[in-house]
Every structure is written in C-alpha cells, then in structure tokens.
Write a protein that binds this ligand. Structure first.
Ligand SMILES: C[S@@+](CC[C@H](N)C(=O)[O-])C[C@H]1O[C@@H](n2cnc3c(N)ncnc32)[C@H](O)[C@@H]1O
Length: 222
C-alpha cells in the first residue's frame, strides 16, 4: 500500500493513502484525535486496570503508544492486542514524530512497538504488553478469543472507504469479545454505525468530537 507522510494541525504526523484518498487520522490533529477518542473517552473513562485492549487497525501505532504512556504513568498494566494487515515498514515508523511531540525519551520504545513480533505477546515496558495480530480484521473468525476485552479501539478506515470493516457481524463479534462493562470507541458517528453498535447489543452514547468532528461514538456492554 502506497502511503505519504503529512503534518496535521497539531503538528503530529499522519499517513495518507492515495489509493483510498484516505488519511490514517484526522488532519485537524492526529495526536489530538487519538487522545480524545481512545485515551480520554476510552482508557481513562473506563478507568479499570489491568486493562485488556483490542485495537482494530494498529497502523502507525499511535493509539498503542499513547496507551503505553498512560500505563507507565499510572504504573498499571495494559495488555494490548492489535489487528493489522498492512504493517508499516520500519523506515516509515522511524519518520513519525509521536515520541518527539509527547516524550522524546520514548522514541526507542515507539520503534519497539513496530519491531515486536507478530502473533505473540511481547513485553514493551513492565506495564505494557503488545500482541500484534497480522490478519484480515474484516473477518470475525480472525480475532483472538482467549480473553475478554475491557476496551475496543475501533480505528478502521472510514465506512465509505472500507465498508467491509463496518458490518453487523463484526460488531456482534466485538460485543461477544467484550468484558461486562466493556467499552468500544470510534471516531465515526454515522447513524448507520450507531445502529450497528446498538443492534450488536452496545448501549451507545454520542459524545462531542475533537476539532473538525462534531461527534464520536462510545458503546458499553451491559
Ligand atoms: C485509520 S487507519 C489506523 C490508524 C491507527 N490506529 C493509527 O493510529 O495509526 C486504519 C488501519 O487499518 C488497517 N487495515 C485496513 N484494512 C485492514 C484489514 N482488512 N485488516 C486489518 N487491518 C486493516 C490499515 O492498514 C490501517 O493501519
């Protein structure tokens, strides 16, 4: 997949995929969006540690990196499972400025997220364990079901670009894999997505979005 690096409005990088005419993050601020949707509305809101997180679309590793910073800050364990089919090369990851803008001392750890092996758990820091799954996340059968997840970070490309990732079957699977009280968040608040969350069983809230986005979605199991 051809990708180009771009700077978003908060100074943080994102990637642009010309083939899909789609960015990995909001152009109004990649770090700002990740913090807002996944860390604040997800990890901090849930506030339960140890936390088992499942991410759909590992991509640049930004959500994983911010979760790692939060786990280390709290000295509270996070087990992070991430699905990805089109991983970045190491040279692409090395260009990204997420550590430089948040905690420059953690650049090596950011790279370690990308270097960690596929399909097995790897300790990145004493509080943060990463398991990257290289598989097609559109297929419910490909998700590891050896645990229940406290949080699901649903960060696929937009539904109009990749409709196969936004299906009732997949959200039903994510509901089944969620722990009681588990939370799912996504940047996309389209009515169709909200209804699929609800049909899967999640109790859904529309929350104010980060700059450039009116609303985001948060679902809860039970
Ligand atoms: C919106 S971007 C993800 C952003 C990522 N969370 C980040 O912070 O960089 C969507 C991600 O989903 C991945 N992806 C697309 N189709 C996929 C598929 N069928 N299975 C698994 N991952 C897929 C892309 O490669 C990309 O990394």
């Amino acid at each position: 997949m051809k990708r180009e690096i771009e700077v978003t409005e908060d100074g943080s990088h994102t990637l642009f995929v010309p083939e899909l005419d789609e960015h990995y993050h909001s152009t109004h601020g990649a770090i700002r969006e990740s913090e807002w949707v996944y860390i604040d509305a997800g990890l901090k809101y849930r506030g339960k540690f140890p936390a088992n997180i499942l991410e759909v679309g590992f991509g640049t590793g930004l959500n994983a990196f911010l979760s790692m910073l939060e786990a280390d800050r709290r000295e509270a364990p996070v087990f992070y499972t991430a699905m990805e089919m089109y991983p970045l090369s190491l040279s692409e990851a090395e260009l990204l400025n997420y550590a430089a803008l948040t905690d420059p001392a953690k650049q090596e750890l950011f790279i370690k997220l990308h270097q960690s092996p596929w399909n097995k758990a790897c300790g990145i820091t004493p509080n943060f364990t990463l398991r990257k799954i290289r598989a097609d996340a559109a297929h419910p059968a490909n998700y590891p079901s050896d645990c229940f997840y406290d949080l699901v970070f649903f960060d696929a490309f937009a539904p109009d670009k990749q409709s196969q990732m936004w299906t009732p079957e997949l959200f039903e699977k994510l509901y089944d894999l969620s722990a009681d009280g588990g939370i799912i968040t996504t940047y996309c608040a389209k009515g169709r997505v909200r209804r699929m969350f609800q049909s899967a069983g999640f109790v859904v809230e529309r929350l104010p979005g980060p700059p450039g986005k009116r609303e985001i979605l948060r679902g809860r199991k039970g």
